[in-house]
Design a protein around this ligand. Structure first.
Ligand SMILES: O=c1[nH]c(=O)c2[nH]c(=O)[nH]c2[nH]1
Length: 314
């Protein structure tokens, strides 16, 4: 007898652009987001018994995403996602959790004649600011069967492409009969930063809302600043060590965050021996022309928490 082990459904790739107009100054603010909203709950019979009475149509979920974007600010995305998720719990008693992902795309204000333009923007890179929110019913105290809400938020930066042309080494690694990589004390280091920070759980939308703009946007700015600063100024011994230091600094800067993690591709730039052409020197200290590799690439991940006892046992 088969058994439905897990099920969630909803709408993905819902694109929303919100324009906020300041009537006094004429300054517009544009936020473009892509939303995924998946619901879980007592929906098993829709899968096992063709019972659509438990299904909130994904089309209605899409409509709700638009309506909530009209009713509330979409910035910070952590608060918008929490409100959207809470709506589904408040409205549909058989829905037990809502999983909301929001991707915020960059629209950076143009400077024209040295002044910020009131209503013109440009995309200055593929970098996104993201949030994954899970808004879930949790058993309340007492015997009434009442439930509380728990909101788990994970914020992230993804697709921030960075490169440094020196200040990165990699040596002392395992050398055996499988090794061809030479040790290096000076190499190009490049990656697309994917950094996520997990907030201590919130027990209501009101708790998320308290100081939200400050809290979430400041954390994002701090994380982005720390990542760029450390990447630039640190003499990197490895991707592993650099990312660990970044985690440590972000945990220090944002006290309400429990865990910070990175997934960093190591995008290789190979030196090129051109000595075959008139003895040209283009390696080691003479390296100028490099060959960027599209793949394979290293992929280095870690998560760092405040408490070492939460690390897996070996
Ligand atoms: O920083 C690095 N970490 C590695 O684990 C690794 N492996 C490799 O081939 N190059 C690098 N660089």
């Amino acid at each position: 007898m088969p058994s439905l082990a897990s099920a969630r459904y909803g709408k993905d790739n819902v694109r929303v652009c919100k324009v906020q107009r300041d009537e006094k100054t004429g300054v517009h603010t544009v936020t473009e987001i892509t939303v995924c909203c998946l619901l879980e709950g007592q929906i098993e019979t829709s899968y096992t018994a063709a019972d659509n009475s438990v299904v909130v149509a994904t089309d209605s979920i899409k409509n709700t995403i638009y309506i909530k974007a009209k009713e509330h600010p979409v910035d910070p995305p952590e608060l918008y996602a929490s409100r959207l998720g809470q709506h589904f719990l408040d409205t549909y008693p058989h829905i037990s959790s809502a999983h909301i992902n929001v991707i915020v795309h960059r629209w950076t204000r143009m400077a024209v004649d040295g002044a910020p333009h009131p209503h013109s923007f440009f995309r200055d890179g593929q970098e996104t600011r993201n949030v994954e929110a899970t808004v879930a019913r949790t058993p309340g105290g007492g015997s009434s069967g009442a439930t509380n809400t728990t909101i788990n938020l994970k914020s992230s930066i993804a697709g921030l492409s960075v490169l440094k042309s020196t200040g990165s080494a990699f040596h002392g690694f395992v050398r055996d009969e499988y090794t061809t990589l030479p040790e290096t004390w000076d190499r190009i280091l490049s990656t697309d930063v994917d950094c996520a920070w997990t907030w201590k759980p919130f027990d209501s939308v009101a708790a998320v809302e308290r100081g939200a703009a400050e809290r979430f946007s400041k954390a994002w700015e701090s994380a982005r600043d720390i990542i760029m600063r450390l990447f630039a100024i640190e003499e990197s011994a490895s991707v592993q060590n650099t990312m660990y230091k970044m985690c440590d600094r972000i945990l220090e800067a944002v006290p309400e965050v429990d865990k910070v993690g990175f997934a960093l591709p190591n995008k290789h730039y190979f030196e090129l021996d051109l000595s075959w052409h008139k003895g040209i020197k283009n390696t080691g200290k003479d390296a100028e022309v490099y060959v960027p590799q599209s793949g394979p690439n290293g992929l280095i991940k870690c998560e760092v928490t405040r408490d070492a006892s939460t690390l897996p046992h070996r």
